[in-house]
Design a protein around this ligand. Sequence first.
Ligand code: BGC
Length: 375
Amino acid sequence: MKKFLAAASAIVVACSMASCGAKKETSKQTTVKKTIGIAMPSQKLERWNNDGESLKSQFEQAGYSVDLRFSENDADQQNTDINGMLKDGVDLLLIAAVDGTTLSDTLTVAKEKNIPVVAYDRLIMDTDALTYYVSFDNYAVGKLQGEFVKSKLYLTSTTSEYNIEFVAGDAGDNNARYFFNGAYDVLKPYIDNNTLHIRSGKNTFEQVATKDWSSEIAEQNMKETLASYYKDTELHVALCANDSTALGVANALASDYKGKNTPIITGQDGDVANLKNIVDGTQSMTVYKNVHDEAAVAFEVCRMLLDGDIPTSKLAGEFENIKVNYDSESYNNGVRYIQSYLLVPNVITSENLQLLVDNGSYKWDSEKKYLESAK
Ligand code: BGC
């Protein structure tokens, strides 16, 4: 099979592959257009808009119809949306779950109708309807955040002591625990040997989870933490799981933090506002996940399923510019291990922002100071 190209070129590949498919199945593609139901969590966060748009354009350019719905972070709404798609007769469901634990009943209907279900970015729990999972290596995302802090503070050799607070994601998002655990596992030895102190004492995922990954809730929580524990104490690190929480924390620090040093703030996604903060020095890093690549891999998995093919480990090696690992032993959804295609995340700091321009996702603004979306 020929190699698939990444990101910008993926759409062109999709088109050319669609025309190959059309040759094989001319009557099917011209008379009955297959429809993909794409369920995204929310339009409030920059990334899901990018994912939705990228997926939609790839499927449409390949000759499919697309029913794309955003559920405004409301799990009930997402169930209603997916039920609507099933009623309308979609041929496949690609779902980034609002809450991965609430879709079982709805997906039983998909199973009865033989509609393949692919989990996008977030694993869907407690269902035997799920066939595949496409995401980034979520534990690796958290590890990169932890490693960044470890290296910035020279934790292996320092004799100083530092204060850290953790800010995690939504408890209904299966990814959120992986991110927290990845970061915590890297930093735990330094918490255990008293190089790092969590003054709030909040050292479990449940204690630091942020409902809906909301910037406003993260801001409020951090303000409370600052008021209770950091009135006369320096905070050195806010280990934030993603960019929306990092944004809230940066706002809280700007208004309420009186310490002398500038705390390290981590993030994830590479949202435009956070890339600006990275340039301005109010966020230290973000773990960048190229969602156009993620969409390109998801597209291939779905296309194969729609063609009646079975995606296997081999598919992972067939993307030209995207590093993808096939993993059938890490993601168990409570029913079984789900065959997963996991992409590899990267650390972005003020030093390597140009990489995001080089990969076609962003462009410099007119003053070549901040990045903006390349679209
Ligand atoms: C995604 C992150 C995103 C977060 C909030 C997670 O499931 O993997 O990229 O920042 O949800 O939307």
